[in-house]
Design a binder for this molecule. Structure first.
Ligand code: GLN
Length: 276
């Protein structure tokens, strides 16, 4: 059924029609996506009590527009305008990388290191939405600095810090360029997709900013720059945590002394951890 033909009588029928319409693009996520979009269109968090209610016409118009956007390849997260990371809410918007479950591996390892070593200060480099640094402050109480080269990211990171009641230092910096302090923990999810692979990424990922994805010819450009500069920004006994792409861990590890890897839930080496 096309998005335009979802003339549903009840909320439940509208949900089922949206699910069917989304199936070609969302596959096994169609039901989940339809539910989230319908909740958003109705401004509610639970549909169950409304199933038998008539679907309001205005909400149906909004939902049909959301479904059309999703069918055109726009990521669900940009349509919703928010997404969860480490159980916390973050605003997302076009121009800023969407927080991913992959990155929770880094955040969880960081939380365990903070607890084990009593780290007091953290830098989230290439912070994007600010999801790593903000969740580390929220979950582990560490003081955080959020840094990014991009204005859109910095504005959104500020909004996300406020949304989560986190007071963070937010600053513009090209990697360590404008950073002179030292930190106990440095976390970074840099762009790491090889340039030549960008055009074959999923349509949804291509809707995300190239600046957050493009890691240069071999995908390792930013790790090399970080390797050349991190020592003067990391306190003795501290840790540098880097997210890496699938099968990049060995190459990244070679750029650093004292590095080990951490696997994600799929068994992929997802984080290179460097001890200072
Ligand atoms: N994990 C992202 C992806 O593969 C890439 C993010 C990044 O380059 N840091 O879609």
């Amino acid at each position: 059924m096309s998005a335009g033909r979802m003339g549903a009588a009840t909320v439940r029928e509208s949900l089922f029609a949206a699910r069917e319409a989304l199936f070609p693009i969302a596959n096994e996520e169609a039901a989940f996506s339809a539910r989230l979009l319908l909740c958003h269109a109705l401004g509610v968090s639970d549909l169950l009590p409304l199933y038998a209610s008539p679907m309001p016409e205005a909400a149906q118009t909004v939902l049909s527009a959301y479904v059309a956007r999703r069918l055109s390849g726009e990521p669900l997260q940009y349509i919703l305008g928010e997404w969860e990371f480490m159980g916390l809410p973050f605003y997302v918007e076009r121009g800023v990388l969407i927080p991913r479950q992959d990155t929770e591996t880094l955040a969880e390892h960081a939380v365990s290191l903070i607890a084990a070593h009593g780290y007091k200060t953290a830098l989230d480099l290439c912070c994007g939405t600010g999801c790593i640094g903000i969740s580390l402050h929220k979950l582990a109480g560490i003081a955080v600095t959020l840094a990014d080269i991009d204005d859109t990211c910095l504005a959104l990171a500020r909004k996300n810090a406020a949304r989560n009641a986190v007071s963070a230092q937010v600053l513009q910096s090209d990697l360590f360029g404008a950073i002179s302090e030292r930190f106990d923990l440095i976390a970074c999810n840099p762009p790491y997709i090889p340039t030549g692979e960008l055009s074959s990424l999923q349509k949804e990922v291509q809707a995300e900013p190239q600046i957050a994805l493009d890691g240069g010819a071999d995908g390792l450009k930013f790790y090399r720059r970080i390797a050349a500069a991190y020592k003067s920004r990391l306190n003795a006994g501290g840790a540098l945590l880097l997210e890496v792409g699938i099968s990049q861990a060995d190459d990244v590890k070679k750029l650093f002394e004292n590095a080990y890897t951490v696997k994600d839930l799929n068994g992929v080496e997802r984080v290179v951890a460097v001890t200072g």
